[in-house]
Design a protein around this ligand. Structure first.
Ligand code: SAM
Ligand code: SF4
Length: 328
């Protein structure tokens, strides 16, 4: 089992398979001007599978495929299938914007994908366009239907933004009344690829208060270990509600996560600057045993929390990298 210097077990890898995306969510990236990873810097399928296999041998039993938009990667579905066969993996999940996902839902079911996080910030077509800069609302809703039809657990990720989607909070909570979906409201983080600060107005207490005003009967429910969300339920509703204090970082204490970026950087924390590049080590001929040692040593240095990581991060610009290049 991998552990860090604080004795925290690390068993969860978030693998960003590509940095590119078919949306341009305003909180994640600018409309244009981002520098994409060059094709030869992007890990190949074989490299990703080898890295994942090294991680599962080290005790990682949960992998989330993310990006950029995973399904923008060529033949991503076959990469997902190969990862799903790795020994020791008990939980394989995906975070997707849902634009291209619909057609792959039966295969995801077949590969044993237990849960899909679907990003959806609004239930209104026009606001969807204003937030994502693309007219694709119907495609996301089709994916939601297909996932539910195939009995795959759906968590909707909603970034809460002042002046952009506050009117969607209550309708999204309402969605959990009849549908077995969980909705997770996320505080906006500075990872927008823009070098612009985020002045957080809609923080966890404010989001909670807003929901409580409409649903005074809201109840706190247990938060699973290492959960990033504070979880609630409206009695009688099918799905749960979660609030992720992503900006205020109050959940770092029992973090069990690490990230691999599409170019192979190992990031112990979202707010960390540097890190080692496992793809480069692999390309320069490292054996699996050597890779394991490199990974064990790097994870040992995982910072206590996001605040500590930010303090140690001298490359201030990395705090404004697009979430798509780190893997959200
Ligand atoms: N493209 C996929 C999607 O949108 O689901 C996967 C990658 S995306 C970077 C992963 C998650 O990060 C999404 O749920 C998105 O809402 C969230 N995210 C992106 N930028 C964010 C930001 N600045 N603050 C908070 N969450 C953010
Ligand atoms: Fe693309 Fe996801 Fe970023 Fe939106 S949040 S721009 S869908 S990577």
């Amino acid at each position: 089992m991998l552990t860090d210097q604080f004795g925290r077990p690390i068993n969860y890898l978030r693998l960003a398979v590509v940095d590119r995306c078919n949306l341009r969510c305003t909180y994640c990236m600018p409309e244009s001007g981002l520098t994409w990873i060059k094709q030869n810097e992007l890990m190949t399928d074989e490299e990703m599978i080898r890295i994942c296999s090294v991680f599962t041998e080290l005790g990682i039993d949960k992998i989330r495929i993310t990006g950029g938009e995973p399904f923008v990667r060529k033949n991503c579905i076959s990469l997902i299938e190969k990862i799903s066969h790795l020994e020791g993996l008990t939980d394989l999940s995906i975070t997707t914007n849902g634009l291209l996902t619909h057609q792959y839902v039966p295969q995801l079911k077949e590969f044993g994908i237990k849960s899909v996080n679907l990003s959806l910030d609004t239930l209104d077509e026009e606001r969807f366009f204003n937030i994502t800069r693309r007219k694709s609302f119907d495609k996301v809703m089709n994916t939601l239907d297909a996932l539910l039809q195939h009995d795959i657990k759906v968590k909707i990720n909603t970034v809460v933004m002042d002046g952009r989607n506050i009117e969607d909070i209550i309708p999204l909570v309402q969605l959990t009344k009849e549908l077995p979906v969980d909705v997770r409201f996320i505080e906006e983080m500075p990872f927008n690829g823009n070098l612009t600060e985020v002045s957080l107005k809609w923080n966890y207490p404010m989001i909670y208060q807003h929901i409580k005003e409409h649903f005074p009967e809201i109840e706190k429910i247990a938060d699973p270990k290492s959960s990033t969300s504070y979880n609630y339920k409206i009695p009688g509703f099918e799905g749960d509600i979660g609030i992720i204090a992503a900006y205020t970082r109050s959940f770092c204490g029992d973090c069990n996560r690490i990230r691999i970026t599409p170019s192979g950087m190992l990031r112990n924390c979202l707010y960390e600057g540097g890190g080692i590049n496992v793809k480069d080590k692999l390309r320069s001929g490292a054996t699996d045993e050597e890779l394991k040692n490199i990974i064990i040593n790097s994870i040992q240095k995982k910072p206590k929390d996001g605040w500590e990581a930010e303090k140690l991060n001298t490359a201030a610009s990395s705090l404004h990298q697009s979430m798509a290049t780190i893997g959200g």
